[in-house]
Design a protein. Structure first.
Length: 270
């Protein structure tokens, strides 16, 4: 690594879930550019594969002169949370920022009258239950740490979705899981404000990633028809920039805020 040891020791640490691709990957790179050491957690963990996944991200971070620790793990397995966070604290000494980004879409979109209990449970488990308890675990550790001398505030950031507040009847279990995660953000913001930990929600709109690749043609048509006021797909980097602004403390008097990164889809139009 080409970062001097003294500088490394002083760098704030961020833990990012779902860091191997898509939005999580862009969040990692944005945080590294802000000077964070990043611990990236992903359920896909292939050390031999440097072309994609966590170890491609590690190479990119190395190219930026930063530090990145890949950790394999499934956030829906609560029994793995201590191992994941112990790895972060063991290598970096502390956790300053947690970004709950990992999430899944239904394996198959089905009308609300056909939603299966299995798909419902899967989405609630990965998208809501996992991050709720990972946050509980991380928040206990963060609350026990001394504040940083460099002024970077402690924060927890939830990547929810516009689906937390917008109906899609072909994937109700996704909407419900993101609505639950949105409330988790509000609850933790309330509970942790007095402990000096800011909690924020970021709601992406339509972002071009592997998750949306299968529905690209449908949304291309809708975007061409004016669905998104800013007239384009969002990029993972759009979300990365928003998270970096939150993590470096630009919105430090706004705990509990929900920021849309959707090209204006929150605007109600006639
Ligand atoms: N792409 C969009 O349009 C969009 C819009 C709104 C919200 N989001 C949300 O943003 C987040 C990232 O989405 P994306 O488009 O980058 O998705 P993606 O599928 O491209 O990437 C998700 C990453 O999370 C990892 N992951 C999945 N389940 C995991 C688990 N149980 N434990 C650990 N890692 C796990 C995957 O392996 C993958 O690397 C998700 O929470 C998603 O719901 C995406």
């Amino acid at each position: 690594m080409n970062v001097p040891a003294r500088q490394r020791a002083a760098a704030p640490t961020a833990v990012v879930t779902g860091a191997g691709r898509g939005i999580g990957r862009a969040i990692v790179l944005a945080l590294v550019r802000e000077g964070f050491d990043v611990v990236g957690i992903d359920v896909v963990f292939e050390p031999e594969n440097k072309k994609k996944g966590l170890f491609e991200v590690k190479e990119r971070v190395r190219g930026l002169g930063g530090r990145f620790l890949p950790v394999g793990g499934d956030i829906s397995r609560l029994e793995d949370h201590d191992r994941m966070l112990d790895a972060a604290v063991g290598v970096c000494g502390r956790i300053d920022v947690l970004v709950n980004n990992a999430g899944v879409a239904p394996l198959e979109r089905r009308d609300i009258l056909e939603t299966s209990p299995e798909s419902f449970d899967r989405l609630m488990s990965v998208n809501a239950r996992g991050p709720f308890f990972l946050t509980q675990n991380a928040a206990r550790r963060m609350a026990a740490q001394k504040p940083r001398k460099d002024g970077v505030p402690s924060s927890i950031i939830f990547i929810t979705s516009i689906s937390a507040v917008v109906s899609s009847t072909s994937r109700p279990e996704y909407c419900l899981s993101k609505a639950a995660l949105s409330m988790a953000s509000t609850l933790y913001a309330d509970a942790l404000a007095a402990k000096g930990i800011g909690v924020y929600e970021v709601r992406p709109g339509l972002i071009a990633t592997d998750m949306t690749a299968g529905v690209k043609a449908k949304y291309d048509r809708l975007i061409a028809g004016g669905l998104v006021p800013q007239g384009r797909w969002g990029l993972p980097e759009d979300v990365g920039r928003a998270v970096a602004a939150l993590a470096r403390g630009d919105l430090r008097f706004s705990t509990g805020a929900a920021i849309e990164v959707s090209g204006g889809m929150a605007i109600r139009r006639l």
